[in-house]
Ligand binder design. Structure first.
Ligand code: XMP
Length: 431
Protein backbone atom coordinates (compact mmCIF):
# COMPACT_ATOMS: atom_id res chain seq x y z
CA UNK A 1 0.00 0.00 0.00
CA UNK A 2 2.73 2.47 0.92
CA UNK A 3 4.40 1.74 -2.41
CA UNK A 4 1.52 3.18 -4.38
CA UNK A 5 2.02 6.90 -4.25
CA UNK A 6 2.08 9.98 -6.40
CA UNK A 7 4.47 12.84 -5.75
CA UNK A 8 3.60 16.46 -6.38
CA UNK A 9 6.65 18.63 -6.98
CA UNK A 10 5.63 22.11 -5.97
CA UNK A 11 6.96 24.79 -8.29
CA UNK A 12 4.97 27.50 -6.56
CA UNK A 13 1.46 26.60 -7.69
CA UNK A 14 -1.23 27.47 -5.21
CA UNK A 15 -3.20 24.33 -5.97
CA UNK A 16 -0.80 21.70 -4.63
CA UNK A 17 -2.76 20.89 -1.48
CA UNK A 18 -6.06 20.82 -3.35
CA UNK A 19 -4.67 18.42 -5.93
CA UNK A 20 -3.09 16.23 -3.25
CA UNK A 21 -6.47 15.98 -1.51
CA UNK A 22 -8.19 15.07 -4.79
CA UNK A 23 -5.63 12.32 -5.43
CA UNK A 24 -6.12 10.88 -1.96
CA UNK A 25 -9.87 10.99 -2.56
CA UNK A 26 -9.15 8.71 -5.51
CA UNK A 27 -7.61 6.28 -2.97
CA UNK A 28 -4.04 6.95 -4.00
CA UNK A 29 -1.55 8.29 -1.44
CA UNK A 30 0.03 11.57 -2.45
CA UNK A 31 2.85 13.67 -1.03
CA UNK A 32 3.89 17.24 -1.79
CA UNK A 33 7.62 17.88 -1.99
CA UNK A 34 9.62 21.01 -2.79
CA UNK A 35 10.49 21.40 -6.46
CA UNK A 36 14.20 20.91 -5.81
CA UNK A 37 13.95 17.66 -3.85
CA UNK A 38 16.90 15.39 -4.47
CA UNK A 39 16.15 12.91 -7.21
CA UNK A 40 17.48 9.99 -5.15
CA UNK A 41 15.03 10.85 -2.37
CA UNK A 42 12.20 10.76 -4.90
CA UNK A 43 13.47 7.48 -6.34
CA UNK A 44 13.54 5.85 -2.88
CA UNK A 45 9.84 6.63 -2.46
CA UNK A 46 9.09 4.65 -5.67
CA UNK A 47 6.21 6.88 -6.79
CA UNK A 48 3.96 5.74 -9.61
CA UNK A 49 3.86 9.19 -11.14
CA UNK A 50 4.90 12.81 -10.70
CA UNK A 51 2.78 15.95 -10.89
CA UNK A 52 4.34 19.37 -11.26
CA UNK A 53 2.27 22.31 -10.09
CA UNK A 54 3.00 25.84 -11.19
CA UNK A 55 1.27 29.08 -12.05
CA UNK A 56 2.91 29.63 -15.39
CA UNK A 57 3.53 27.08 -18.06
CA UNK A 58 6.83 25.30 -18.22
CA UNK A 59 8.30 23.30 -21.00
CA UNK A 60 9.98 19.98 -20.33
CA UNK A 61 13.36 21.67 -20.70
CA UNK A 62 12.98 24.53 -18.32
CA UNK A 63 11.30 22.32 -15.69
CA UNK A 64 14.38 20.15 -15.61
CA UNK A 65 16.61 23.17 -15.16
CA UNK A 66 14.37 24.64 -12.44
CA UNK A 67 14.27 21.33 -10.55
CA UNK A 68 18.04 20.92 -10.84
CA UNK A 69 17.63 17.41 -12.10
CA UNK A 70 16.02 15.46 -14.84
CA UNK A 71 12.85 14.00 -13.37
CA UNK A 72 12.23 12.14 -16.61
CA UNK A 73 15.11 9.80 -15.85
CA UNK A 74 12.88 8.17 -13.23
CA UNK A 75 10.99 6.63 -16.12
CA UNK A 76 7.54 7.24 -14.67
CA UNK A 77 4.71 9.42 -16.02
CA UNK A 78 5.09 13.13 -15.34
CA UNK A 79 2.36 15.72 -15.82
CA UNK A 80 2.21 19.39 -15.27
CA UNK A 81 -0.84 21.00 -13.70
CA UNK A 82 -0.96 24.74 -13.85
CA UNK A 83 -3.73 27.19 -14.48
CA UNK A 84 -3.71 25.63 -17.92
CA UNK A 85 -2.91 21.97 -17.94
CA UNK A 86 -0.22 21.02 -20.31
CA UNK A 87 0.80 17.54 -21.17
CA UNK A 88 4.50 17.05 -21.21
CA UNK A 89 5.72 13.59 -21.94
CA UNK A 90 2.70 11.41 -22.54
CA UNK A 91 1.17 10.53 -25.83
CA UNK A 92 -1.61 12.84 -26.97
CA UNK A 93 -4.41 10.35 -26.28
CA UNK A 94 -3.43 10.02 -22.61
CA UNK A 95 -3.08 13.73 -22.08
CA UNK A 96 -5.11 14.90 -19.10
CA UNK A 97 -7.07 17.94 -20.22
CA UNK A 98 -8.19 18.98 -16.74
CA UNK A 99 -8.44 17.66 -13.35
CA UNK A 100 -11.55 15.71 -14.09
CA UNK A 101 -9.06 13.59 -15.95
CA UNK A 102 -6.96 13.02 -12.86
CA UNK A 103 -8.46 9.57 -12.35
CA UNK A 104 -7.37 8.49 -15.80
CA UNK A 105 -3.87 9.74 -15.09
CA UNK A 106 -3.75 7.84 -11.80
CA UNK A 107 -5.34 4.58 -12.84
CA UNK A 108 -4.62 4.27 -16.56
CA UNK A 109 -1.38 6.16 -17.08
CA UNK A 110 0.36 5.44 -13.78
CA UNK A 111 -1.28 2.05 -13.20
CA UNK A 112 -2.44 2.77 -9.65
CA UNK A 113 -5.02 0.36 -8.23
CA UNK A 114 -6.37 2.74 -5.55
CA UNK A 115 -5.71 0.81 -2.35
CA UNK A 116 -5.31 3.80 -0.03
CA UNK A 117 -8.16 4.39 2.40
CA UNK A 118 -8.46 5.62 5.94
CA UNK A 119 -9.23 2.29 7.56
CA UNK A 120 -6.15 0.61 6.10
CA UNK A 121 -4.08 3.72 6.79
CA UNK A 122 -5.10 3.72 10.46
CA UNK A 123 -4.40 -0.03 10.76
CA UNK A 124 -1.00 0.41 9.15
CA UNK A 125 -0.17 3.36 11.42
CA UNK A 126 -1.10 1.40 14.53
CA UNK A 127 1.12 -1.49 13.41
CA UNK A 128 4.04 0.83 12.64
CA UNK A 129 3.67 2.71 15.94
CA UNK A 130 3.61 -0.58 17.86
CA UNK A 131 6.80 -1.65 16.14
CA UNK A 132 8.57 1.68 16.58
CA UNK A 133 7.62 2.23 20.23
CA UNK A 134 7.97 -1.36 21.44
CA UNK A 135 7.80 -1.36 25.23
CA UNK A 136 8.90 2.27 25.63
CA UNK A 137 6.98 5.12 27.26
CA UNK A 138 5.11 7.93 25.50
CA UNK A 139 3.79 11.23 26.83
CA UNK A 140 1.07 13.35 25.23
CA UNK A 141 -0.31 16.80 26.04
CA UNK A 142 -4.01 16.38 25.41
CA UNK A 143 -5.94 19.57 24.73
CA UNK A 144 -9.27 17.99 23.83
CA UNK A 145 -8.96 19.43 20.32
CA UNK A 146 -9.26 17.23 17.26
CA UNK A 147 -5.55 16.78 16.49
CA UNK A 148 -4.28 15.91 19.94
CA UNK A 149 -7.30 13.66 20.57
CA UNK A 150 -6.83 11.64 17.39
CA UNK A 151 -3.07 11.45 17.99
CA UNK A 152 -3.63 10.20 21.55
CA UNK A 153 -6.18 7.56 20.55
CA UNK A 154 -4.12 6.17 17.69
CA UNK A 155 -1.11 5.80 19.99
CA UNK A 156 -3.21 4.35 22.75
CA UNK A 157 -4.55 1.70 20.33
CA UNK A 158 -0.94 0.82 19.52
CA UNK A 159 0.62 0.71 23.01
CA UNK A 160 -2.20 1.01 25.57
CA UNK A 161 -1.04 2.03 29.04
CA UNK A 162 2.52 2.82 27.97
CA UNK A 163 0.97 6.13 26.88
CA UNK A 164 0.25 8.80 29.48
CA UNK A 165 -1.82 11.84 28.54
CA UNK A 166 -1.68 15.05 30.51
CA UNK A 167 -4.75 17.22 30.22
CA UNK A 168 -4.39 20.70 31.70
CA UNK A 169 -7.61 22.48 32.58
CA UNK A 170 -6.51 26.12 32.48
CA UNK A 171 -9.94 27.36 33.47
CA UNK A 172 -10.50 28.92 30.05
CA UNK A 173 -12.29 26.03 28.40
CA UNK A 174 -15.90 26.03 27.26
CA UNK A 175 -18.67 24.93 29.62
CA UNK A 176 -18.43 21.19 30.54
CA UNK A 177 -15.49 20.71 28.15
CA UNK A 178 -12.99 19.37 30.68
CA UNK A 179 -15.46 16.79 32.02
CA UNK A 180 -16.39 15.69 28.52
CA UNK A 181 -12.74 15.15 27.56
CA UNK A 182 -12.08 13.20 30.75
CA UNK A 183 -15.15 11.04 30.24
CA UNK A 184 -14.24 10.12 26.64
CA UNK A 185 -10.61 9.31 27.31
CA UNK A 186 -11.00 7.42 30.56
CA UNK A 187 -14.34 5.64 30.07
CA UNK A 188 -14.41 5.07 26.35
CA UNK A 189 -10.72 4.58 25.58
CA UNK A 190 -9.25 3.61 28.94
CA UNK A 191 -6.31 5.96 28.43
CA UNK A 192 -3.89 6.71 31.26
CA UNK A 193 -5.09 10.28 31.78
CA UNK A 194 -3.82 12.82 34.25
CA UNK A 195 -6.19 15.75 34.56
CA UNK A 196 -4.64 18.80 36.15
CA UNK A 197 -7.10 21.31 37.57
CA UNK A 198 -4.92 24.37 37.27
CA UNK A 199 -7.68 27.01 36.99
CA UNK A 200 -6.64 29.02 40.07
CA UNK A 201 -3.03 29.08 38.98
CA UNK A 202 -3.91 30.57 35.57
CA UNK A 203 -6.41 33.07 37.02
CA UNK A 204 -3.77 34.29 39.49
CA UNK A 205 -1.17 34.77 36.77
CA UNK A 206 -3.66 36.56 34.54
CA UNK A 207 -5.15 38.85 37.18
CA UNK A 208 -5.18 42.45 35.96
CA UNK A 209 -3.57 41.64 32.57
CA UNK A 210 -5.39 43.31 29.67
CA UNK A 211 -3.02 43.15 26.71
CA UNK A 212 -4.05 40.28 24.37
CA UNK A 213 -0.53 39.20 23.41
CA UNK A 214 0.55 39.29 27.04
CA UNK A 215 -2.42 37.11 27.96
CA UNK A 216 -1.50 34.63 25.23
CA UNK A 217 2.10 34.54 26.41
CA UNK A 218 1.16 33.98 30.04
CA UNK A 219 -1.27 31.20 29.17
CA UNK A 220 1.23 29.53 26.81
CA UNK A 221 4.10 29.70 29.29
CA UNK A 222 2.04 28.63 32.26
CA UNK A 223 0.72 25.72 30.25
CA UNK A 224 4.27 24.52 29.61
CA UNK A 225 5.20 24.92 33.30
CA UNK A 226 2.19 22.90 34.49
CA UNK A 227 2.87 20.26 31.87
CA UNK A 228 6.53 20.04 32.87
CA UNK A 229 5.70 19.68 36.55
CA UNK A 230 3.36 16.80 35.85
CA UNK A 231 5.78 15.20 33.40
CA UNK A 232 8.54 15.32 36.03
CA UNK A 233 6.41 13.19 38.32
CA UNK A 234 6.28 10.53 35.61
CA UNK A 235 10.03 10.61 35.06
CA UNK A 236 11.85 9.83 31.87
CA UNK A 237 9.76 9.07 28.81
CA UNK A 238 10.99 7.96 25.42
CA UNK A 239 8.64 9.86 23.14
CA UNK A 240 6.65 13.08 23.28
CA UNK A 241 3.59 13.23 21.01
CA UNK A 242 2.93 16.19 18.76
CA UNK A 243 -0.35 16.58 16.89
CA UNK A 244 1.41 18.04 13.84
CA UNK A 245 -0.67 17.59 10.69
CA UNK A 246 0.36 17.61 7.04
CA UNK A 247 -0.33 21.27 6.19
CA UNK A 248 1.98 22.23 9.10
CA UNK A 249 4.96 20.48 7.57
CA UNK A 250 4.61 20.84 3.82
CA UNK A 251 7.75 22.48 2.65
CA UNK A 252 6.64 24.15 -0.49
CA UNK A 253 8.79 25.97 -3.00
CA UNK A 254 7.23 29.27 -2.13
CA UNK A 255 4.39 28.01 0.03
CA UNK A 256 3.14 29.57 3.20
CA UNK A 257 1.47 26.49 4.65
CA UNK A 258 0.88 26.37 8.36
CA UNK A 259 1.09 30.10 8.75
CA UNK A 260 -2.00 30.39 10.92
CA UNK A 261 -0.87 27.73 13.28
CA UNK A 262 2.75 28.77 13.64
CA UNK A 263 1.67 32.37 14.10
CA UNK A 264 -0.32 31.32 17.14
CA UNK A 265 2.13 28.81 18.57
CA UNK A 266 2.97 30.71 21.70
CA UNK A 267 3.80 27.89 24.08
CA UNK A 268 6.45 26.00 22.16
CA UNK A 269 7.94 22.76 23.42
CA UNK A 270 8.68 22.07 27.07
CA UNK A 271 12.36 22.63 27.97
CA UNK A 272 12.44 20.40 31.00
CA UNK A 273 10.76 17.22 29.89
CA UNK A 274 13.14 14.34 29.47
CA UNK A 275 12.36 12.59 26.18
CA UNK A 276 14.48 11.32 23.36
CA UNK A 277 12.26 11.86 20.34
CA UNK A 278 9.10 13.56 19.12
CA UNK A 279 6.48 11.32 17.60
CA UNK A 280 3.97 12.75 15.12
CA UNK A 281 1.34 10.17 14.18
CA UNK A 282 -0.72 12.58 12.04
CA UNK A 283 2.04 14.18 10.02
CA UNK A 284 0.78 12.67 6.75
CA UNK A 285 -2.83 13.75 7.11
CA UNK A 286 -4.84 16.78 6.04
CA UNK A 287 -7.32 18.18 8.56
CA UNK A 288 -10.38 16.47 7.10
CA UNK A 289 -8.41 13.21 6.98
CA UNK A 290 -7.55 13.60 10.67
CA UNK A 291 -11.30 13.84 11.34
CA UNK A 292 -11.93 10.78 9.19
CA UNK A 293 -9.21 8.87 11.06
CA UNK A 294 -10.88 9.94 14.32
CA UNK A 295 -14.17 8.43 13.20
CA UNK A 296 -12.42 5.21 12.08
CA UNK A 297 -10.89 5.03 15.58
CA UNK A 298 -14.33 5.36 17.16
CA UNK A 299 -13.93 8.86 18.61
CA UNK A 300 -17.38 10.46 19.08
CA UNK A 301 -18.56 12.63 16.17
CA UNK A 302 -19.07 15.53 18.53
CA UNK A 303 -15.35 15.66 19.32
CA UNK A 304 -14.14 14.82 15.82
CA UNK A 305 -16.21 17.55 14.17
CA UNK A 306 -15.29 20.18 16.68
CA UNK A 307 -14.78 23.70 15.46
CA UNK A 308 -11.31 25.17 16.03
CA UNK A 309 -10.75 26.47 19.53
CA UNK A 310 -7.73 28.65 20.30
CA UNK A 311 -5.07 27.37 22.70
CA UNK A 312 -5.57 30.36 25.06
CA UNK A 313 -9.28 29.54 24.97
CA UNK A 314 -11.76 31.97 26.44
CA UNK A 315 -8.77 34.05 27.54
CA UNK A 316 -8.82 35.77 24.14
CA UNK A 317 -12.62 36.02 24.10
CA UNK A 318 -12.85 38.03 27.30
CA UNK A 319 -11.85 41.53 26.36
CA UNK A 320 -9.68 43.16 28.98
CA UNK A 321 -8.76 41.48 32.24
CA UNK A 322 -9.89 37.98 33.09
CA UNK A 323 -11.71 37.06 36.30
CA UNK A 324 -13.36 33.75 37.28
CA UNK A 325 -16.71 35.57 37.28
CA UNK A 326 -16.24 36.77 33.68
CA UNK A 327 -15.22 33.26 32.61
CA UNK A 328 -18.43 31.89 34.07
CA UNK A 329 -20.57 34.53 32.32
CA UNK A 330 -18.93 33.81 28.98
CA UNK A 331 -19.14 30.03 29.40
CA UNK A 332 -22.89 30.25 30.01
CA UNK A 333 -23.57 32.66 27.12
CA UNK A 334 -21.40 30.64 24.72
CA UNK A 335 -23.14 27.42 25.78
CA UNK A 336 -26.58 28.86 24.97
CA UNK A 337 -25.33 30.14 21.62
CA UNK A 338 -23.89 26.75 20.63
CA UNK A 339 -26.95 24.93 21.90
CA UNK A 340 -29.36 26.99 19.78
CA UNK A 341 -27.16 26.82 16.66
CA UNK A 342 -26.94 23.03 16.97
CA UNK A 343 -30.70 22.75 17.53
CA UNK A 344 -31.41 24.30 14.13
CA UNK A 345 -28.65 22.27 12.48
CA UNK A 346 -26.57 25.29 11.50
CA UNK A 347 -23.44 24.01 13.25
CA UNK A 348 -22.54 21.93 10.18
CA UNK A 349 -22.54 24.99 7.93
CA UNK A 350 -20.48 27.37 10.05
CA UNK A 351 -16.68 27.17 10.24
CA UNK A 352 -16.39 28.83 13.64
CA UNK A 353 -18.85 30.48 16.00
CA UNK A 354 -18.59 31.66 19.57
CA UNK A 355 -19.57 34.31 22.07
CA UNK A 356 -17.29 37.12 23.22
CA UNK A 357 -17.53 38.95 26.52
CA UNK A 358 -16.92 42.56 25.62
CA UNK A 359 -15.56 44.92 28.19
CA UNK A 360 -18.52 47.21 27.66
CA UNK A 361 -21.11 47.75 30.36
CA UNK A 362 -24.28 49.59 29.55
CA UNK A 363 -27.55 50.53 31.16
CA UNK A 364 -30.49 48.16 31.01
CA UNK A 365 -33.68 47.37 32.87
CA UNK A 366 -34.78 44.10 34.45
CA UNK A 367 -37.78 43.48 36.73
CA UNK A 368 -38.38 47.24 36.82
CA UNK A 369 -34.87 47.83 38.11
CA UNK A 370 -32.02 49.59 36.42
CA UNK A 371 -29.07 47.33 35.54
CA UNK A 372 -25.53 48.16 34.55
CA UNK A 373 -24.22 44.98 32.94
CA UNK A 374 -22.10 43.47 30.19
CA UNK A 375 -22.63 43.26 26.45
CA UNK A 376 -22.05 39.86 24.84
CA UNK A 377 -21.07 39.77 21.16
CA UNK A 378 -21.79 36.77 18.94
CA UNK A 379 -19.58 35.81 16.01
CA UNK A 380 -20.13 33.22 13.26
CA UNK A 381 -17.91 32.90 10.19
CA UNK A 382 -17.43 30.82 7.09
CA UNK A 383 -13.89 30.22 5.87
CA UNK A 384 -11.76 27.62 4.17
CA UNK A 385 -8.31 28.62 5.37
CA UNK A 386 -8.97 30.91 8.37
CA UNK A 387 -6.78 33.54 6.70
CA UNK A 388 -9.87 35.26 5.33
CA UNK A 389 -13.45 34.79 6.47
CA UNK A 390 -16.99 35.99 5.82
CA UNK A 391 -19.61 36.55 8.47
CA UNK A 392 -22.63 34.28 8.31
CA UNK A 393 -26.10 35.73 7.79
CA UNK A 394 -27.78 34.00 10.68
CA UNK A 395 -31.60 34.02 10.55
CA UNK A 396 -33.14 36.81 12.67
CA UNK A 397 -35.40 34.41 14.54
CA UNK A 398 -32.45 32.26 15.59
CA UNK A 399 -30.48 35.33 16.67
CA UNK A 400 -33.51 36.66 18.51
CA UNK A 401 -34.00 33.44 20.43
CA UNK A 402 -30.32 33.27 21.42
CA UNK A 403 -30.34 36.89 22.57
CA UNK A 404 -33.51 36.37 24.66
CA UNK A 405 -32.10 33.28 26.30
CA UNK A 406 -28.74 34.88 27.08
CA UNK A 407 -30.17 38.00 28.71
CA UNK A 408 -32.70 36.02 30.72
CA UNK A 409 -30.53 33.04 31.73
CA UNK A 410 -27.07 34.59 32.18
CA UNK A 411 -26.60 36.96 35.05
CA UNK A 412 -24.82 40.27 34.42
CA UNK A 413 -25.55 40.37 30.69
CA UNK A 414 -28.16 42.88 29.53
CA UNK A 415 -27.28 43.32 25.84
CA UNK A 416 -26.34 41.07 22.90
CA UNK A 417 -24.79 42.17 19.58
CA UNK A 418 -24.00 40.26 16.39
CA UNK A 419 -20.67 40.86 14.65
CA UNK A 420 -21.14 41.52 10.91
CA UNK A 421 -17.51 42.04 9.95
CA UNK A 422 -15.42 39.92 7.63
CA UNK A 423 -11.74 39.10 7.91
CA UNK A 424 -10.08 41.32 6.85
CA UNK A 425 -10.37 43.89 8.31
CA UNK A 426 -11.50 42.13 11.52
CA UNK A 427 -9.85 38.97 12.78
CA UNK A 428 -11.98 35.96 13.67
CA UNK A 429 -11.19 36.21 17.38
CA UNK A 430 -11.70 39.56 19.03
CA UNK A 431 -8.28 39.55 20.60
P1 XMP B 1 -7.77 35.14 13.84
O1 XMP B 1 -8.41 35.65 15.09
O2 XMP B 1 -6.29 35.43 13.77
O3 XMP B 1 -7.89 33.55 13.95
O4 XMP B 1 -8.51 35.53 12.60
C1 XMP B 1 -7.61 32.63 12.94
C2 XMP B 1 -7.78 31.24 13.53
O5 XMP B 1 -6.80 31.01 14.53
C3 XMP B 1 -7.40 30.77 15.78
N1 XMP B 1 -6.61 31.47 16.82
C4 XMP B 1 -5.77 30.85 17.66
N2 XMP B 1 -5.46 29.55 17.80
N3 XMP B 1 -3.99 30.11 19.56
C5 XMP B 1 -4.57 29.18 18.77
O6 XMP B 1 -4.28 27.99 18.96
C6 XMP B 1 -4.25 31.44 19.49
O7 XMP B 1 -3.71 32.25 20.23
C7 XMP B 1 -5.20 31.83 18.47
N4 XMP B 1 -5.71 33.01 18.09
C8 XMP B 1 -6.57 32.79 17.06
C9 XMP B 1 -8.80 31.33 15.68
O8 XMP B 1 -9.68 30.70 16.60
C10 XMP B 1 -9.11 31.04 14.23
O9 XMP B 1 -9.52 29.70 14.06
Amino acid sequence: MDKESIIILDLGGCNSQLIARKIRQCNVFCEILPYNTDIEKIRRKSPKGIILTEKVEHTADNISSTCNHNIYELGIPVIYIGELIEHINLSKEDSPKNIENLKDFLYKTCGCVGSWNMTSYVDMSIRQLKEKIGDQKVLCALSGGVDSSVAAVIISKAIGKQLTCIFVDHGLLRKNEADEVEEIFTNQFDVNLIRVNAQERFYNKLAGVTDPERKRKIIGEEFIRVFEEEAKKIGRVDYLVQGTIYPDIIESGVGKSGLVKSHHNVGGLPDHVDFKEIIEPLRDLFKDEVREAGLVLGIPKKLVNRQPFPGPGLGVRIIGDITPEKVKILQEADYIYRDEIAKVGLDKHISQYFAVLTNLKSVGVKNDKRTYDYTVALRAVKTTDFMTAEYIELPWDVLGKISKRIVSEVEHVNRVCYDITGKPPATIEWE
